[in-house]
Structure formats: C-alpha cells, structure tokens
Design a protein. Structure first.
Length: 446
C-alpha cells in the first residue's frame, strides 16, 4: 500500500493510480469468529473492544463488476463497530454467512474474520467492469447502505430493499482498514474543504440524522418545531441539532455533563438539559417507571422553550422511551433509530393514542438521502463533529471510548493518512466557512 500512498500524497493523476497494482493483502481491523464467546458471562459495559478488535493483514478479495477498490485514508468509529466488537446483541458472523449464501460474490464475505467499519474518506483505486460513474483517482466518502438494484423492493426507497445491509457491519471488507471494497452506489464526493479525517466521520451519522429529521421518510422538522434531541453532542445528536437549527426549528439538547452543554451552546443550541445534573429517574426499579419523572422532564422542556416538543429524536431506547412518548406534543412524532440502553421498550400507550402521537422507525438512509446530506457537508452547511483522532493501530481504544461514552461527537481513525490535516483541497472555501466552526469539536476534545 506504500506505493499507493505515495502516489496519492504526490497528487498522481487517475490514470497513474489506475495502473498501480492492488496488493494481495492489506492492513485491517477485524474481529474473529473464534472469539465470539470470549465475553460470555460479562455485563455489556465490561466487554472490552480493545480485547476483541485485532489489527493485521487480511487477504484482498476479488472485485465484483459493480464494486470499487478504495484506498482508505481515514475512517471513523460508529456504534455498530462497538456492537460487533462486543458480539452484541448477536455476533455479526451470522450476517456474513447469510450474505455468503446469496450469490457467488456474496460468498466472499463469509469468512472467519470480519473487517469492520462503516465510514471512509478514500481514493478510488480501481473500478469493476460495470461501474460507469466513478474512476480511479476520485476522492470520495462512502455511505454504508449496501444494496443492489435487483429487487423491486429497492426501487422506491432502497432502505426498504429485501437485501439491504449495512456495509462493514452486515458485510465484510469495511472501512477501518487501508483498503476497502465498496459498491459503486456507496460513493459520494469528498468535501474539498475538509481533511481526510474530518471528511471520514460524517456519512453514517449525518445521513441517519438527515433521514430522521429532514427527509419525508422520517419526521421532517418545520419552522418553529421544538425538537428534543437525546445525546445531543454524540454521533447522531451532533448532526441532529444542526439539522433542527438549519430547518428553523428549536432544538432542546440533552447531554450528561457541563462540558458537553458548553459545546452545544458554542454550536448555537440555546436550550440544553444536563440529564446528570437533573438526575431524572425514569425507572424506579427494573420493572416500573415513574410518571412524575416524565412530567418533570416535560416541565423542564417547557421552562426552556415555552411549549412541549413536536418531535423527539430517540435512540437511547429503554431508558428514555417512556419519557419520550410522554413529553411529545399532541400529534407529535417520536422518531427512533436505535436502542442503546435496551431494545425491549416500555411506554404508556394511553399517552400515545389519546394524543394521536406517532412512533416512527428509521434506519440509515437511501443513496439520495445520503447524497443530499453529504452535499450539505460539502457546502459547509453541516459541520463535522470530529472531536478526537486515533490511528488504526489503536482502533480498540477508539471503540472503547465510544462504548464507555467517554467521547463527544465523532472519533476519526487515520488509516493510510500518515498524519492529521492532510487532504484539504479548497482552502478558500474552508476559510469562508470558518476554521473555528469546522474545528469546534476537535478543539473542545483536545
Ligand atoms: P454516541 O456517539 O455514543 O452518542 C449517543 C449519545 O446518547 C451519548 O453521547 C449519550 O449522551 C447518549 N446516551 C447514551 N446512553 C443514554 C441513556 N441511557 N440515556 C440518555 N442518553 C444516553 O452514539 P451514536 O453514534 O449517536 O449512536 C447512538 C445509537 O444509535 C447507537 O445505538 C447506534 O448503534 C445507533 N445508530 C443507529 C443507526 C441506524 O441507522 N439505525 C445509525 C447510527 C447510530 P449523553 O451522555 O451526553 O447524554
């Protein structure tokens, strides 16, 4: 990969990059099938990604006609890499085996190691024979909706396709590596004003939040809407609050420390709740919730923004869903894409039906949504919440930070990029958008 890296750093043209040989093996972060029982008997928080995530050489797979080899300059930690590395809620090898049974090309994925990672900023090295829209040398970011166009179910909204998967989670050959294999319909232009690591952290969380709060497939914010955002300085939340602000809504950001509250204020969010300080006890014990605590949250929201919320941006799940359903305004929407604290959810259904509320499920984004969300990053209308950068060799530590909620925004991972700050092509645009704004989370996390 060194020859490839030198060519990229030297700004070699596409035809020169296309002529470089793709190596037979490459450095990657992966989990092993043999390890899936290693944390048996431990509580979730005791399961340590530093023990299960390995970094080493893996064989380069053959390229399918609709795919591209990409040289990954930087990637990011997403929570799905945490799930894979602690083998919860189930080991991801089952996904790979299912994909393996689908086709000859799918069979490449069913291996005894799983190369993880669902984000990348990269340079295209080679494209398969059926690819018409991308070529060697293109600088790209990668979204993780892994789907082909062969099922009718993929042709309205590809997130509804019966063979839809998340790249690097439900497929092999993910982005936490020096090289990756992606479908051509995962590629998007790299924002020219961002470094590799700033560009790498956005696609997964940005596109997910876009679908949830901008797309007609989610709960689109309209001007004046009040929106409660859980984990508002986390991966998803950092984009969610930007979308609410951009759309003329009023975000109410929930965080768990004064430092995170300061960060949100700097991002332009006026109404912030520190849930640790408020010390909400939505659950009295393992089986019973406390409606008076839901009421207290509702009162705190009204004190900040003068009314109940039209939309709740949900992802913590079991710990918060009862409260989320309760505090949503009549006819409002709870849009949810996850359940970090537990997926067996309990809420009081009377508050849902009597007040005609809706719970809307959402999952990642289709290509159109991911593309439009990426375009907003390209134009500087959405800022990258990059707060820390690790090298690929220390990917376990990076995943550990996210698992233990020790981070803000997004953690970037340098793969081929030898240092931070490389890859910025349009300094004038960067200046216009503002160095201070672009690096807000990084300066905060430093
Ligand atoms: P993240 O960076 O860890 O941020 C999540 C935030 O949630 C944390 O910063 C934390 O903020 C807050 N939080 C955690 N536990 C909480 C609890 N019990 N009560 C209230 N708040 C809590 O993770 P993320 O990238 O935003 O992802 C969040 C979840 O969404 C994960 O489960 C992930 O797998 C899922 N996800 C799903 C999709 C999809 O397409 N379906 C896409 C992306 C992510 P404070 O401590 O500051 O409150």
């Amino acid at each position: 990969m060194q020859e490839i890296l030198h060519a990229i750093l030297a700004g070699a043209p596409g035809d020169e990059i296309a002529a470089l040989p793709v190596p037979d093996s490459y450095r990657a972060a992966y989990v092993r099938r043999d390890d899936v029982d290693m944390f048996e008997g431990l509580a979730s928080e005791e399961k340590d990604p530093r023990k299960s995530l390995h970094v080493g050489e893996v064989a380069t797979p053959e390229l399918a006609p609709d795919e591209a080899y990409i040289a990954v300059m930087a990637s990011a930690i997403n929570f799905n890499t945490v799930w894979t590395s602690i083998f919860e809620p189930l080991p991801t090898f089952g996904f790979l085996d299912r994909l393996g049974r689908e086709s000859v090309w799918g069979a490449r994925h069913a291996l005894d190691h799983h190369v993880v990672g669902s984000d990348a900023a990269a340079v295209v090295l080679q494209v398969g024979s059926a690819v018409r829209t991308w070529k060697a040398g293109d600088k790209v970011t990668v979204h993780c909706n892994y789907v082909d166009d062969q099922s009718p179910s993929a042709h309205d909204d590809s997130m509804l396709a019966d063979n839809q998967r998340i790249w690097g989670f439900e497929t092999n050959f993910g982005g936490l590596a020096d090289l990756a294999v992606v479908k051509a319909n995962q590629l998007m232009p790299k924002p020219t004003h961002l470094s590799w690591e700033e560009a790498a952290v956005n696609a997964l969380c940005n596109s997910t939040s876009y679908r949830m709060l901008v797309s007609h497939n989610g709960a689109p914010v309209t001007q004046g809407d009040r929106v409660l955002v859980w984990g508002a300085s986390g991966g998803l939340g950092a984009y969610a609050v930007q979308y609410v602000l951009n759309g003329g809504g009023i975000p109410v950001g929930v965080v768990s420390s004064p430092a995170k509250a300061d960060l949100l204020h700097d991002l332009g969010v006026e109404a912030v709740i520190d849930r640790k300080e408020a010390n909400y006890r939505f659950w009295k014990d393992e089986f019973h919730q406390d409606e008076s605590e839901w009421r207290r949250l509702g009162k705190d929201i009204r004190a900040l923004v003068g009314d109940d919320v039209d939309i709740v941006f949900e992802h913590p799940g079991r710990q918060t869903m009862g409260a989320s359903v309760f505090v949503t305004k009549r006819a409002g929407t709870i849009v949810t894409c996850a359940a970090t604290s537990g997926y067996m959810i309990e809420y009081d259904n009377r508050h849902l039906w009597m007040k005609l509320k809706t719970i809307k499920g959402s999952h990642f984004a289709n290509y159109r949504e991911a593309w439009d969300a990426n375009q907003l990053v390209c134009e500087g209308k959405i800022l990258p919440p990059l707060s820390a950068v690790h090298t690929l060799a220390h990917v376990g530590e990076a995943a550990y930070q996210v698992h233990r909620n020790l981070h803000e925004g997004k953690i970037g991972v340098l793969c081929l990029a030898p240092e931070e700050g490389l890859g910025i092509d349009d300094r004038e645009l960067r200046e216009r958008i503002g160095e201070e704004r672009i690096t807000l989370f990084r300066r905060h996390g430093a």
